[in-house]
Design a protein around this ligand. Structure first.
Ligand SMILES: NC(=O)c1ccc[n+]([C@@H]2O[C@H](COP(=O)([O-])OP(=O)(O)OC[C@H]3O[C@@H](n4cnc5c(N)ncnc54)[C@H](OP(=O)(O)O)[C@@H]3O)[C@@H](O)[C@H]2O)c1
Length: 252
């Protein structure tokens, strides 16, 4: 399969822009659409055999419902959303075209696909799945094919827990009453690394992280384990029980 056009809704920024460059590098003509840029969505759907939705999580379902009905059966509707259950369900409902939920597990600052993880959640059809898998694998990606539910379960740990920790650190620093600049002369390399991550989450695109946490259906279980462990740590620390704390860390 070659010589067809690819449309990326949300291809003017972020990970969509990254993939626009990637597909162009692979020889495909790519059309990008943003809120103020690009061709009307029905025209994009008519021209492009592959249409990818790569807009912020909060806008994803509306955009899927907008583009889905315009796609012919032999096209592919794919998304890059960091959560998969709701978008894949919405794509299957909105279109008769082939459907793949995709999650590139890296950000737009990544130099290439080489060595990166990509998860694919097939929704309908096999033809485009082969094309997608082959293209990503050829460029060095590690492609995992799984269900949307399994993807979201794994993401509650990989992204949910990670960002929860970062946000908690940021909020605690903010509420501590110590000015960030006052910490500079006291900072360790470890602290500086963690603070840089906090600044990225609070600064660059807080909506992305907020969407990942609030939209993942598995966060309740993670939060319950987290709260249990936090209470345990609190008790050990406030009781000055260094031995108990060390024993907890050693426990397999
Ligand atoms: N960034 C990452 O590291 C990353 C990694 C993997 C997956 N994802 C997923 O990729 C998706 C996009 O995230 P992102 O971080 O790339 O977002 P982003 O940097 O905010 O870019 C979003 C793009 O969507 C467009 N857009 C916003 N609202 C739109 C709307 N209502 N209709 C059409 N276009 C709209 C924006 O275009 P204009 O500003 O030109 O309107 C922009 O091109 C999300 O679902 C996210 O979960 C992100």
């Amino acid at each position: 399969m070659n010589g067809f056009e690819i449309g990326i809704i949300g291809g003017t920024g972020g990970i969509g822009k990254w993939f626009a460059a990637f597909f162009r590098g692979e020889g495909y003509p790519v059309h990008v659409v943003g809120r103020r840029e690009g061709m009307p969505i029905p025209e994009l759907a008519r021209r492009c055999r592959v249409v990818i939705v790569s807009v912020p999580i909060a806008a994803t379902l509306d955009v899927i419902r907008l583009v889905g009905p315009h796609l012919p059966e032999d096209s592919l509707l794919m998304d890059f959303t960091s959560l998969k259950e709701e978008p894949v369900r919405a794509m299957l409902e909105a279109t008769t075209a082939e459907v793949i939920g995709s999650h590139p597990l890296f950000g737009p600052d990544c130099p290439s696909l080489d060595g990166q993880n990509v998860v694919l959640c097939p929704g309908r059809g096999n033809r485009w799945l082969e094309w997608t898998e082959r293209l990503f694998t050829k460029n060095g990606a590690r492609v995992t094919v799984t269900t949307p539910a399994e993807h979201d379960r794994m993401m509650s740990l990989v992204q949910g827990l990670t960002h929860l920790e970062t946000i908690l650190m940021g909020l605690t620093l903010r509420d501590s009453g110590v000015a960030p600049s006052a910490l500079d002369a006291f900072s360790t390399p470890n602290f500086r690394t963690k603070r840089a991550i906090v600044e990225k989450v609070f600064g660059a695109s807080p909506e992305l992280y907020a969407g990942l946490l609030a939209g993942n259906p598995n966060m309740q279980g993670i939060l319950e384990i987290y709260e249990r462990n936090l209470s345990l740590l609190k008790e050990l620390v406030l009781n000055h029980d260094a031995e108990g704390l060390a024993a907890l860390l050693k426990k397999q």
